[in-house]
Design a protein. Structure first.
Length: 76
């Protein structure tokens, strides 16, 4: 009565495997969602606004602005 049968051990092993799998899945989903890019349109708009500000302040030339703007628009 004090000893576990093989079926008890296998049941415990299965329960631990399921628990470990669930923890792994939760961690994987959390890591995946943190790496997901934001709204690409909003990011492009933000970058274009930054470029406008830099050009308005005279920190970049019109040629550099045009080159960087083309890169943002084409997604490079």
């Amino acid at each position: 009565m004090g000893m576990f049968s093989i079926w008890h051990w296998l049941s415990l092993l299965f329960l631990f495997a399921v628990a470990a799998s669930l923890v792994g899945l939760i961690v994987w989903l959390a890591m995946r969602s943190s790496k997901a890019p934001g709204n690409p349109v909003a990011s492009a708009q933000k970058r274009l606004q930054q470029l406008e500000d830099l050009r308005a302040q005279g920190l970049i030339s019109d040629e550099e602005y045009a080159r960087q703007r083309a890169a943002v628009v084409t997604g490079r």
